[in-house]
Write a protein that binds this ligand. Structure first.
Ligand SMILES: C[S@@+](CC[C@H](N)C(=O)[O-])C[C@H]1O[C@@H](n2cnc3c(N)ncnc32)[C@H](O)[C@@H]1O
Length: 308
C-alpha cells in the first residue's frame, strides 16, 4: 500500500517528515520524491529523518541532502528530534515489524525455515536474544507471550515442551525451537528446515511472538505514538501500517482517542476531544498486491490528521 500511504500523508513539499521504519528505504524514497529539492534561490526545502535500529538498513542509505538517517530505536523519537532541533513535524510514517531482509537472512534467526542461532534481535547490539528468553522465562511467562503476541491456541503445550527440552539442554538454535511445536522435521544440507505443511501457520505465530518479545515491539510502539502525537503540527498526518491484531488494536485505539488507554474524551456537548481526525480506518491491501507480496495479506493502513 505504498501509493495509498504516501498519498494519505498529503506531503507538503517544504515539510519535515519522519519515516520511523526505514528498512529497504522504499517509503523514504517515495516521501523524498514529494519534497522540494535544494535549488539556488529557494529558501524552503523539505527534510526527511529516517529511523532504523538495524545497522543492515544502512546498506540502503540515500545520498541526498534532504535526508538524515537515525540509527536508533524509534522509541527515542522525541530525543532525536530535540537533538536535531526539530520542534514539530508535518508527518510521520511507520511500517511496523521486520523486513524481507530479516526473514531472508538465515543467520538472524527470524525464520523457522532455516537452521540458525536463535537470535531475532533487530538491533544486533541489544543484549537479549530469543534464546535468552526461551531458556530463562518461566513456563507461565512463555505461554503468556505465545498467546498474547502469537494468538497460539496451544501456547501452553508449546511452553511445556520447551521447558521439558531445555531441562535436558539449553535451546540455542531455530530447529530446537521448531521441535517444540513440530517434533517431525528434517534439515537439508543447505540448512533448510522441512516441517509438515500443517505446522507452518503455528510456527510463523510462534516465531512472531518471540520476535515481538525480544524487540519489545509493543513498548517501543507505545512510546513512539505518544511522541508522534506531541510532535505533529496541527494539520500534520501520521500513517501506520500494522501487521498483527495486537499492534493494530493499539494503533486504532490511539488514533481514535489520542491516548494509550483508548479512552475517548468528550466535552459537555458530546464532541469528541481526540486530537486526531481519522483519514484511513484500517484499509487492507488489494488481492493483486497480496498476490505479489504475501506479507501484505495481514497489513492494515491507518492514517490520522492532527486537528487544528
Ligand atoms: C517493514 S520494514 C520497513 C520497510 C520499509 N517501509 C521499506 O519501504 O523498505 C520495518 C523496518 O523497521 C525497523 N524497525 C522495526 N521496529 C523498529 C524500532 N522500534 N525502531 C527502529 N527501527 C525499527 C526494522 O529493522 C525494519 O528494517
Amino acid at each position: 500500500m505504498l501509493k495509498e500511504t504516501i498519498e494519505g500523508l498529503a506531503i507538503k513539499p517544504a515539510g519535515t517528515y519522519v519515516d520511523v521504519t526505514f528498512g529497504g528505504g522504499g517509503h523514504s524514497r517515495a516521501i523524498l520524491n514529494k519534497l522540494h529539492e535544494l535549488e539556488i534561490g529557494k529558501l524552503e526545502i523539505g527534510h526527511l529523518y529516517s529511523f532504523d535500529q538495524d545497522s543492515d538498513a544502512l546498506a540502503n542509505a540515500i545520498d541526498d541532502e534532504r535526508w538524515t538517517f537515525v540509527h536508533s530505536n524509534f522509541r527515542y523519537l522525541r530525543n532525536w528530534m530535540d537533538y536535531y532541533g526539530v520542534e514539530h513535524i508535518d508527518g510521520l510514517l511507520a511500517d511496523l515489524g521486520v523486513s524481507f531482509h530479516h526473514f531472508d537472512c538465515p543467520e538472524r534467526g527470524f525464520s523457522f525455515r532455516f537452521s540458525a542461532p536463535l537470535d531475532m534481535r533487530m538491533n544486533q547490539t541489544a543484549k537479549r536474544t530469543a534464546a535468552d528468553i526461551v531458556n530463562s522465562y518461566s513456563e507461565e511467562e512463555l505461554a503468556r507471550i505465545f498467546w498474547l503476541y502469537g494468538e497460539l491456541k496451544n501456547g501452553r503445550g508449546i511452553a511445556k515442551n520447551i521447558c521439558r527440552a531445555r531441562a535436558q539442554k539449553p535451546i540455542e538454535r531455530t530447529e530446537e525451537l521448531v521441535k517444540s511445536l513440530s517434533p517431525t522435521l528434517s534439515i537439508s544440507e543447505g540448512g533448510e528446515i522441512e516441517v509438515p505443511t500443517n505446522a507452518k501457520k503455528d510456527l510463523a505465530r510462534l516465531f512472531q511472538a518471540l520476535r515481538i518479545e525480544v524487540n519489545d515491539e509493543m513498548g517501543a510502539l507505545r512510546e513512539m505514538l505518544v511522541a508522534a502525537r506531541d510532535l505533529l503540527k496541527p494539520g500534520g498526518r501520521i500513517a501506520v501500517l500494522t501487521y498483527h491484531s495486537l499492534e493494530d488494536r493499539l494503533v486504532k485505539n490511539f488514533l481514535r482517542s489520542g491516548n494509550l488507554e483508548g479512552t475517548i474524551e468528550k466535552d459537555f456537548y458530546g464532541n469528541n476531544l481526540s486530537p486526531f481526525e481519522l483519514i484511513e480506518k484500517g484499509r487492507e491491501a488489494s488481492p493483486e498486491e497480496v498476490a505479489q507480496n504475501p506479507r501484505a495479506r495481514s497489513a492494515k493502513l491507518r492514517i490520522a490528521e492532527k486537528k487544528s
